[in-house]
Design a protein around this ligand. Structure first.
Ligand SMILES: Cc1cc2nc3c(=O)[nH]c(=O)nc-3n(C[C@H](O)[C@H](O)[C@H](O)COP(=O)(O)OP(=O)(O)OC[C@H]3O[C@@H](n4cnc5c(N)ncnc54)[C@H](O)[C@@H]3O)c2cc1C
Length: 400
């Protein structure tokens, strides 16, 4: 691996330690490993187990609950490295939920839920990989969710539908966002939404959960599902935080998570640049390496500059997460937007550099290209990130 291109940001001692440890783990999973997982559509179980065995699934869990108690500035390094060392955006996505779904529990979960569950997540015995917010009629407009949770004694009864819920097949628990009051009954659209921890085995044994995998063209080894809930009973001690405040709980921590997504895009961009450089150096046409042609060289150099610029912004913001949420929101949305665009350009340059082999699965860059396209859609679309910058940063009128 050619790390020298991408070690452009000065790191703290702690960040260097994270980088070294993750690189060491990633060295055990070569390109063929990721290619095979994608071909088979099989979750990278060995990779995730190795991370879990080394305590990485508890990255954001405080030390008092057995976790590593890491900061965003360290998690950006972790996730960038996972993507950059061969796994791409999808490898990061294979574990992203498992790490980030612990955040609302840490912040808002009851003490009994935290002490029962978090140590088991931190040491890999349990997983909270799945997060269900999106619904068929409520994607970007998330306050329009219709899944209902109605109180019945000391339980909630949940009915409704979710779509695109990822990693349900690799998770013990699902963090579910549902309406406890219909939108029409609340003063503000953002109120009346609550967050629940659903034990997936329990839901299936109640016969209250149906699920169907969504066929898709990217991230073959991270599966996404459509879910239907019919009279699912969840005890009220599985309500996370306050009833009616779930939307605010979703928003809390979102900026820091968005920076980590940006770092995953940066990692994918770096991986694509590295592969493009490698091929441009090795491949000879007209008796000379194709990289001698500036028509080949410049798109790679341009993408590299853009990826590293996005990295600078992402790392800079991750080092300053204590600032006001308005400032952090601006930097997080700009970072995610720029990193997704930069990794798309890098992946496109890598495909073009490979000529016909750009679409051969054996060379991997076609996978990077499909993943880079996905980064423009998730976890929010590029337009929604621009809406944020337009409205919240530049003060332009709101479009919805
Ligand atoms: C592979 C994958 C995994 C996912 N995993 C999860 C998961 O685990 N959990 C979960 O809850 N969700 C998940 N999602 C859902 C994802 O968060 C949504 O797809 C995303 O938020 C966009 O919502 P949508 O698909 O409904 O698009 P829509 O909201 O229908 O938008 C369609 C298009 O219109 C544009 N648009 C809409 N309104 C505006 C506006 N006001 N201004 C400008 N443009 C606008 C959008 O930008 C987009 O281009 C996943 C999606 C994918 C593809």
């Amino acid at each position: 691996m050619v790390h020298r291109f991408r070690d452009t940001v000065p790191l703290s001692e702690q960040q260097r330690l994270v980088r070294r440890s993750i690189r060491d783990i990633c060295e055990n999973f070569d390109r063929a490993y990721w290619r095979d997982r994608a071909r088979e559509g099989e979750y990278p179980r060995e990779f995730v187990d190795e991370l879990a065995d080394n305590g990485w699934m508890g990255a954001l869990i405080p030390e008092e609950y057995g976790g590593a108690g890491m900061e965003t500035s360290e998690v950006v390094v972790m996730m960038e490295e996972i993507a950059a060392n061969g796994g791409g955006f999808s490898a990061a996505q294979a574990i992203h939920g498992g790490i980030y779904n612990t955040v609302p529990l840490v912040e808002y979960g009851s003490e009994s839920l935290k002490s029962e569950l978090l140590p088991r997540v931190a040491d890999g015995r349990a997983s909270i990989q799945a997060f269900g917010l999106t619904e068929p009629n409520a994607g970007s407009d998330s306050t329009s969710i219709r899944t209902r949770a109605e109180k019945d004694g000391d339980e909630y009864v949940i009915n409704g539908q979710k779509i695109w819920t990822s990693r349900v097949d690799q998770s013990d628990y699902l963090v579910l966002v549902a309406r406890t009051s219909p939108k029409s009954d609340v003063e503000k659209d953002t109120r009346g939404i609550s967050m629940f921890l659903v034990d997936l085995d329990d839901a299936l044994s109640q016969g209250a959960l149906d699920m169907e995998q969504i066929p898709k063209s990217v991230s073959e080894f991270v599966h996404s599902y459509e879910l239907w809930f019919e009279n699912l009973r969840v005890t009220d001690d599985h309500l996370i935080g306050e009833e009616g405040s779930g939307f605010y709980q979703v928003l809390d921590g979102l900026n820091e998570e968005r920076l980590v997504i940006a770092a995953e895009c940066v990692g994918l961009g770096e991986l694509a640049v590295e592969r493009a450089v490698e091929y441009a150096t090795e491949r000879e046409v007209f008796d000379r390496p194709i990289g001698e042609n500036q028509a080949v060289q410049h798109p790679i150099a341009d993408a590299h500059a853009r990826v590293q610029a996005a990295k600078q912004m992402t790392y800079d913001a991750a080092a300053a997460t204590g600032e006001s949420s308005a400032e952090l929101g601006a930097r997080a949305n700009m970072s995610k937007y720029l990193a997704a665009e930069a990794c798309f350009e890098a992946a496109d340059a890598a495909v073009q550099t490979h000529g016909g082999f750009g679409v051969a699965t054996e060379y991997d860059v076609e996978r990077y290209f499909r993943e880079a396209r996905l980064t423009r859609l998730v976890p929010i679309t590029q337009q929604l990130a621009l809406n944020y910058i337009g409205e919240k940063v530049l003060g332009l009128p709101r479009s919805y």
